[in-house]
Ligand binder design. Structure first.
Ligand code: PEP
Length: 251
């Protein structure tokens, strides 16, 4: 199965608007130079409008770092899929471990956000991953299964094809510790198997599964050589134009 690779940068709570526009322009140039893969960046909400404007007709895709579950309403501090789509945003990260761990988002809330993204016409980038404690207690697969089952509740077959999945072991995010390519491949294969059981094989074969957790220029090529790794969700290394460029140009 030929899945189109996706290299995604998550800028978290970094960059002024001017800095974000400059970095997005660099990513757009790299994306135009690599037409066989997709490239996405997720700026902070404050920079989305200007970044969408700046990348215009280039192939670079712009994502939000989170999304509300309703179209509008009394939800102080939230931004809806409708508002994001209005800017030209096409995807939304949902269930990032920082939302789960720091802001207390649970599987039910993440499921609502994911459905909110789909209903609002955005492609969710749905993140799952175990903590170090869970891995050491041999609970990796049961934790992932629960996150998948609850996070994907109510997602129909046809919608599933629009979804991007990201495996992000919490112990590897921002720590400099990358999962080995074997550890990552093992989990990606498990997640694909889960999708085959919960949906059907051709859907499981079509869904892109990204790896995230200390991806850098030095490890991207070996990660991307794994059969079930279809791309990367990159935090720290996506904040530097040169290193993100190298990751986009993985071989
Ligand atoms: C992330 O934020 O999703 C991430 C994987 O961060 P880092 O690449 O810095 O580990």
């Amino acid at each position: 199965m030929n899945r189109r690779p996706l290299i995604a940068g998550n800028w978290k709570m970094h960059l002024t608007v001017a800095e974000a526009v400059r970095l997005a322009q660099a990513a757009a140039a790299a994306s135009s130079a690599c037409p066989d893969r997709d490239v996405m960046v997720a700026p902070a909400f404050t920079a989305l409008a200007k970044v969408c404007e700046a990348v215009g007709d280039t192939p670079l895709q712009v994502a939000a770092q989170n999304v509300a579950w309703d179209k509008e309403g009394a939800y102080t501090g939230e931004i809806s899929a409708l508002m994001l789509a209005d800017l030209g945003v096409r995807l939304a990260i949902v269930g990032h471990s920082e939302r789960r761990q720091i802001f207390g988002e649970n599987d039910a809330m993440i499921n609502r956000r994911l459905l909110g993204a789909l209903i609002g016409g955005l492609q969710p980038v749905f993140c799952v991953g175990e903590t170090l404690e869970e891995r050491e207690a041999n609970r990796t697969f049961s934790v992932l299964e629960q996150q998948m089952r609850q996070g994907l509740q109510g997602v129909a077959k046809e919608e599933m094809r629009r979804l991007v999945l990201a495996y992000e072991p919490v112990w590897a995010i921002g720590t400099g510790k990358t999962a080995t390519k074997e550890q990552a491949q093992e989990v990606h294969a498990f997640l694909r198997q889960f999708l085959a059981g919960a949906y059907e094989k051709n859907i499981a074969d079509a869904v892109r599964i990204l790896y995230g957790g200390s991806v850098k220029p030095e490890n991207i090529d070996s990660l991307m050589a794994q059969p079930d790794i279809d791309g990367a969700l990159v935090g720290g290394a996506a904040l530097n134009a040169e290193s993100f460029d190298r990751i986009i140009r993985f071989q």
